[in-house]
Design a protein around this ligand. Structure first.
Ligand SMILES: *[C@@H]1O[C@H](CO)[C@@H](O)[C@H](O)[C@H]1NC(C)=O
Ligand SMILES: *[C@@H]1O[C@H](CO)[C@@H](O)[C@H](O)[C@H]1NC(C)=O
Ligand SMILES: *[C@@H]1O[C@H](CO)[C@@H](O)[C@H](O)[C@H]1NC(C)=O
Length: 195
C-alpha cells in the first residue's frame, strides 16, 4: 500500500494562493482592456484630396509665384473617438523642396464626422533649385504637375471625458497630379498617415 502524500509545507500554499490571485488580476486587467477596445473600436482616420488646382502660376528666373488650392476630406469613422487638431501646417513638396506653405486654422472633429478643409497654399517668390525649376517648367508645358501634399498636425484624441496627450500626426498625400487647366478632371488621392 502506497503512503498517503505528505502535506505540502505551509509556505508553498501561500505561494500558490499568491499565484492564483496574480493570475486572476492579470485576467481581469486583460478583460478590461479587451472590453474597452471592443467598446471604443478604434478605426483609422481617412484623408483624401478631392480637388486640386493651380492659380497665379509664374516661374521667372528660378523663382516661383503660385497658389495651390486643394480640397482635403478628413473622415473620422470612429463612433467614440473625437480629435482636436491644435495646429496644422500644410505644405506642397516638389522633389526634396517645399514650394508652397499654409498655416491652417485649428479645429475639432467630432466622432463620425466628415470635415472638408479648403487648403490654399501659396508660393511667394520661392527660390527653386536649378533642376527643380527646369522640371517644373517642363511639367508646366505638359499641362500637369505632380507634387506631394503634406500636413503636419499637433493632435489630441478625446474619448468620453478623457483626452490624450498631444502628439504629431503626419498626413502624406502623394502623388497628387494637378492640371493647370481643366481642374475638374482631378483624380482623388488617398493619403498615408504616420503618428
Ligand atoms: C511673371 O512675372 C514676371 C515678373 O514679375 C512678369 O514680367 C511676367 O509677365 C509674368 N508672367 C505672367 C505669365 O504673368
Ligand atoms: C512674385 O510676387 C512678388 C510679390 O508678391 C513680386 O515682387 C515678384 O516679382 C513675383 N515674381 C514672379 C516671378 O512673378
Ligand atoms: C463635422 O463637424 C463639424 C464641426 O463640428 C461640423 O461643422 C460639420 O457639420 C460636421 N459634418 C458632418 C457631416 O456631420
Amino acid at each position: 500500500m502506497a503512503n498517503p502524500p505528505s502535506q505540502p509545507p505551509r509556505h508553498s500554499k501561500i505561494l500558490r494562493y499568491i499565484a492564483i490571485v496574480l493570475l486572476v488580476l492579470i485576467v481581469l486587467v486583460g478583460l478590461a482592456v479587451l472590453i474597452t477596445w471592443l467598446i471604443i473600436k478604434p478605426k483609422r482616420f481617412v484623408y483624401t484630396i478631392e480637388e486640386g488646382s493651380i492659380k497665379n502660376y509664374n516661374l521667372t528666373k528660378n523663382h516661383l509665384n503660385s497658389t495651390f488650392e486643394f480640397a482635403l476630406r478628413s473622415y473620422n469613422p470612429n463612433s467614440k473617438i473625437s480629435i482636436y487638431y491644435d495646429s496644422i501646417e500644410a505644405s506642397v513638396e516638389y522633389d526634396d523642396q517645399t514650394i508652397a506653405f499654409e498655416v491652417v486654422d485649428p479645429f475639432f472633429q467630432p466622432h463620425r464626422n466628415v470635415t472638408r478643409l479648403d487648403l490654399k497654399l501659396t508660393s511667394q517668390y520661392v527660390p527653386l533649385s536649378g533642376s527643380n525649376s527646369k522640371d517644373i517648367a517642363l511639367e508646366r508645358s505638359s499641362g500637369e504637375i505632380e507634387i506631394a501634399v503634406m500636413l503636419k498636425a499637433r493632435i489630441r484624441y478625446k474619448v468620453g471625458m478623457w483626452k490624450s496627450k498631444d502628439r504629431i500626426l503626419i498626413i502624406w498625400c502623394s502623388p497628387v497630379r494637378v492640371r493647370f487647366s481643366r481642374p475638374n478632371n482631378f483624380e482623388r488621392t488617398y493619403c498615408d498617415t504616420e503618428l
